[in-house]
Design a protein around this ligand. Structure first.
Ligand SMILES: [Zn+2]
Length: 255
């Protein structure tokens, strides 16, 4: 590969990224305008929470929504986020908070390691997509985090989660992305029993999985998939497939 070929390769990827972005632009704009309302206070509150915990503690982020495909079937909520860009201020870093996460689609996958391998497995099997066509996969998925402000201490992260939950990002993102199915890797925060308890109907609950209906959308809450067994992943795939079918009444019946 010479310089021109490398440059050409990346130019093509940039063109594809911009085409993906254009196809979901309205949803990004809606979410980013919500950030405009909520983030300044959220950053202040979460930073204060961190200072209470430890004076030297700096909060990572906030970070925005990672990705919205043009026709998202599944919104995945929660991923490994440590090692983000460091503390930012909404006023000064608005563009990087909104745009940096988009890089995930092309440049940060390798750092997602085991998590991404599991996401690929879930996406490929539940949506029956070939992974060879990466852009086709990206059209069908969306990614975000429940928590925008991040810490590398689990205890502090739990407090930040309460702060960011109160800002309402996740509910707004689930509704705006409008995927029929959202998979929340947030069981340790029990969002199904707290912020989503009031306006949802419980469809199923077991030790490992809780399934809620919120309007036309289905939410599955479960543990972070990183350290779960093959058997656990098989059960998750079964539940995802079951409720994805149920969530898509317009789908053609099998002939
Ligand atoms: Zn926050």
């Amino acid at each position: 590969m010479n310089d021109i070929e490398v440059r050409q390769y990346f130019q093509e990827r940039i063109d594809r990224l911009l085409a993906h972005y254009a196809s979901s632009r309205n949803k990004y704009e809606t979410i980013w305008s919500f950030y405009r309302n909520q983030m300044p206070q959220c950053i202040a509150n979460c930073t204060n929470e961190g200072k209470k915990y430890s004076p030297e503690q700096s909060i990572d982020g906030p970070q925005g929504i990672y990705w919205i495909g043009s026709h998202p079937k599944i919104l995945f909520v929660g991923r490994e986020h440590f090692g983000w860009y460091g503390p930012t201020q909404w006023e000064a870093d608005r563009v990087s908070i909104c745009c940096s996460p988009l890089e995930f689609a092309f440049f940060t996958v390798s750092s997602m390691g085991a998590y991404w391998a599991i996401i690929k497995e879930l996406t490929q099997e539940v949506l029956a997509l070939g992974l060879g066509d990466w852009d086709a996969v990206l059209e069908k998925v969306a990614f975000t985090n429940a928590c925008k402000c991040l810490a590398d201490s689990g205890t502090l992260q739990w407090f930040l989660h309460q702060g960011c939950s109160n800002s309402g990002y996740l509910r707004h993102e689930i509704k705006t992305v409008a995927a029929p199915l959202s998979v929340l890797f947030t069981k340790s925060y029990n969002l199904s029993g707290t912020i989503f308890a009031e306006d949802t109907t419980k469809l199923m609950e077991s030790d490992d999985f809780c399934v809620l209906r919120m309007g036309e959308q289905v939410l599955i809450e479960c543990a972070h998939p990183g350290r779960q067994s093959i058997e656990w992943r098989a059960r998750l795939k079964g539940i995802m497939a079951q409720y994805l079918d149920g969530a898509e009444p317009e789908r053609e019946p099998d002939a």
